[in-house]
Design a protein around this ligand. Structure first.
Ligand SMILES: NC(=O)c1ccc[n+]([C@@H]2O[C@H](COP(=O)([O-])OP(=O)(O)OC[C@H]3O[C@@H](n4cnc5c(N)ncnc54)[C@H](OP(=O)(O)O)[C@@H]3O)[C@@H](O)[C@H]2O)c1
Length: 419
């Protein structure tokens, strides 16, 4: 093993408690020989024999008796280099590291092929949810045109709390940090980096083409206002941080952004730290997988299931596509994202305002699904909320900028998906 932190100790403990069953069910006697850590003298929660711990990676990489490496160190480096070395020397690698896979999958894949070794990463996306194997294996014949997930538990917890208790983002974030549900530096979660790494992996498998991380548009939740969550809720929508990949023919687009989904959409019911991935394929139709997306034991379960799979399948399973650092030449990123839009205006309290807004949207080909005028909360303006039908994002932006700011000002605009 490489890493004995949260996940690593979860793997250790779950293996200890299931070793006999694994042996009985699969005739596999799995033993941990060495565990790479940064500081071998550190006190650990689980009772790991001290002689297993090492600070020297070569004790693992150069040991011919070690056939499989579980990487749960995290970070791009040195994890990538160590995994490449392990794979090149023929060792199977099982990893939970979304960052390393999203950024360096082409290097890891090439090393795996050179070493004729397997590379497995179920735990890197959505913890316990078996989405990687489902895409890699069960849904192979499908042409998937949509993958849309709640893939970050921290942000879903924060948005659920904001929605249930009508409390602002900053307050709920502080509480989540105090409870250990958000990192002291929350940027990776709340600004959508973590979700974008996961989407890069998911969209690549779904669309049978490498979707590099750099092509993923990213917008986090730190500017989400509770006023909009409340207004959306009143109109039958729930706000989520969505990781969405869409493919149409030879164009695709992948984005992480906060978006409303109709309350009847299966993703709307995903609450708290849970994750889910909704997808659409031509053969399978709509489908959703739901479960725990993080935590030591759920993640350890995914890792050990990869270990068993890898040891039982002697032929390594490689991606069905050419795994390059760049987007494949046959595929291009569309700049024509289509979705609904929720727009909150603050309008002058005078006749003709609604007509002006509707005209400007109409002139840009954007049709209105719901138009709602709330009671004025102050003398500063009347809140007007518009929800559009599906439209080109560019047209919506053009329409918004055409609205006369003496008549109505845009306070916020949020995408609507799943319509
Ligand atoms: N936490 C979750 O719920 C979760 C869920 C899914 C996937 N993951 C992924 O799992 C991985 C591990 O996460 P975690 O939460 O377990 O992290 P963590 O608690 O920070 O543990 C990291 C472990 O790696 C060791 N390590 C880090 N850098 C090292 C280096 N340069 N050399 C040697 N050892 C090093 C650390 O050693 P010391 O203990 O000596 O410091 C520690 O044991 C990450 O890729 C993460 O994205 C986590």
């Amino acid at each position: 093993m490489m890493g004995a932190g949260n996940v690593g100790q979860g793997v250790w403990a779950l293996l200890e408690s299931t070793r006999a069953e694994i042996l009985h069910r699969h005739s596999l006697d799995i033993r941990v020989k060495k565990i790479l850590v940064r500081d071998a003298s550190k006190k650990r929660e689980k009772d790991i024999p001290p002689d297993l711990l090492t600070q020297n990676a070569d004790e693992i990489l150069k040991d011919k008796d070690i056939s499989l490496v579980v990487e749960c160190m995290g970070g791009e480096q040195p994890a990538t280099t160590l995994m490449v070395r392990a794979l090149e020397s023929g060792k199977i690698v099982v990893t939970a590291n979304k960052m390393a896979v999203a950024l360096n999958w082409h290097l890891l894949d090439a090393a795996a092929r050179r070493g004729n070794a397997g590379l497995h990463f179920e735990a890197s996306v959505c913890g316990a949810i078996p989405i990687i194997r489902t895409l890699n294996d069960s849904l192979q014949v499908n042409r998937i045109d949509l993958v849309m997930g709640i893939v970050n538990g921290t942000t879903n917890y924060i948005l659920s709390k904001m929605s249930d208790e009508m409390r602002p983002f900053d307050e709920v974030l502080l509480e989540a940090q105090a409870l250990g549900l958000a990192e002291p530096d929350p940027a990776s979660d709340v600004e959508g980096f973590d979700a974008a790494y996961k989407l890069s992996v998911l969209a690549s498998l779904a669309f049978h083409a490498r979707i590099p991380y750099k092509h993923i548009f990213r917008e986090g939740i730190s500017r989400v206002q509770v006023t909009d969550i409340a207004a959306g809720k009143d109109l039958g929508y729930r706000l989520k941080l969505l990781a969405v990949g869409k493919r149409q023919g030879n164009t695709m687009d992948a984005r992480v952004h906060p978006a409303f989904v109709p309350e009847k959409h299966p993703l709307a019911s995903v609450q708290g730290a849970y994750n889910a991935v909704f997808l659409h394929g031509d053969a399978c139709g709509d489908m959703m997988l739901y479960g725990r997306g993080a935590g030591a034991t759920p993640t350890a379960g995914a890792i050990l299931s990869d270990v068993i799979y890898a040891l039982k399948h002697h032929e390594p399973l490689y991606p069905s596509f050419q795994n390059t650092a760049e987007l494949h030449a046959d595929l291009s990123v569309t700049d024509n994202w289509q979705c609904g839009y929720y727009i909150r205006f603050s309008a002058a309290n005078r006749p003709g305002v609604l007509g002006h807004i509707a005209t400007k949207l109409g002139e840009h080909g954007v049709s209105i699904s719901t138009l709602f005028q709330r009671k004025a909360e102050s003398e500063h303006g009347v809140p007007i909320i518009v929800i559009t039908h599906k439209a080109n994002e560019k047209d919506v932006h053009a329409a918004i900028s055409a609205v006369d700011t003496n008549i109505a000002q845009v306070e916020s605009s949020i995408r609507v998906e799943g319509i």
